[in-house]
Write a protein that binds this ligand. Structure first.
Ligand code: SF4
Length: 251
């Protein structure tokens, strides 16, 4: 499922409410430095038809028009969400686009939260971190505690190192949201102790202000994946819930 527009929606998001989406990736393709087995956009190899990334000017223009229309129609949005067909921080205009979005939000939708869904691979870059730290909800993905399991779930581009990502995320000093997708395949099980216990340790170390635990919801490019039930996720995360962490579970 590829979004065809730079600004799309609003759509209802099970995690964010009424959400206006911004796709900083190609309109007719996918562009990501991960290739997750559960990606709703499909495999990277099937999304290479279009490699044009929208400029800051185009995003500003499209977002301004959409927000003005929604304002005129009295439609309230809960979130302006950077998601789309790939990793938004790969767009070289990302810092400028965040500045423009915050300004337009203040002007036309002051109660909306600006959220960025990211795979956290570029948080170590100063200009990317400086942009992410300005938004209301930087939502950063870690799906596995080891490079070997990240390779199975996320298929990252060469050079990925989960320890480096964790180190980069420490810069937030806890003021971010950690998203963790739990699932099963014939090859691994996110609910096994050797995954869950080190993931809980990463959460304790980073102390995010919220943990979003979720599972697959739509058709996935890889076959034979299965969901983890909300009850099971709650049981697995109960130790950190008991320690006072804010945990949102979406089945
Ligand atoms: S990081 Fe997101 S966009 Fe990229 S492959 Fe994974 S799920 Fe898809």
């Amino acid at each position: 499922m590829l979004r065809e527009e730079t600004v799309f929606g609003p759509i209802f998001s099970r995690r964010l409410g009424t959400s206006l989406g911004i796709n900083l990736l190609p309109e007719k393709g996918k562009f990501c430095n991960f290739d997750c087995i559960y990606c709703e956009c499909g495999w990277n190899r099937d999304g290479r038809g279009d490699t044009t990334l929208p400029s800051a000017e185009k995003v500003r223009h499209d977002l301004s028009n959409k927000l003005q229309d929604l304002y005129a129609d009295n439609v309230k949005v809960d979130s302006i969400t950077f998601s789309g067909d790939g990793e938004p921080t790969l767009n070289p205009d990302f810092p400028q686009i965040i500045d423009d979005t915050l300004r337009l939000r203040d002007q036309y939708a002051p109660t909306a939260k600006v959220s960025v869904l990211s795979n956290a691979t570029r948080v170590h870059l100063p200009e990317v971190f400086a942009a992410l730290v300005r938004v209301d909800n930087p939502i950063m993905k870690i799906d596995a505690p080891t490079n070997a399991l990240v390779a199975k779930i996320n298929n990252p581009a060469p050079g990925y190192d989960v320890a480096r990502v964790v180190e980069a995320l420490r810069q937030f000093q806890g003021n971010f949201i950690l998203q963790w997708c739990l699932l099963r395949s014939p090859d691994f099980d996110s609910t096994s102790n050797d995954v869950v216990l080190p993931m809980l340790d990463i959460i304790r170390l980073l102390h995010p202000r919220e943990v979003m635990a979720y599972t697959i919801d739509r058709p996935t490019p890889a076959q034979n994946l299965s969901k983890v039930s909300p009850d099971e996720m709650r049981r697995l995360l109960q130790p950190i819930i008991d320690e006072g962490f804010q945990v949102q579970i979406k089945g």
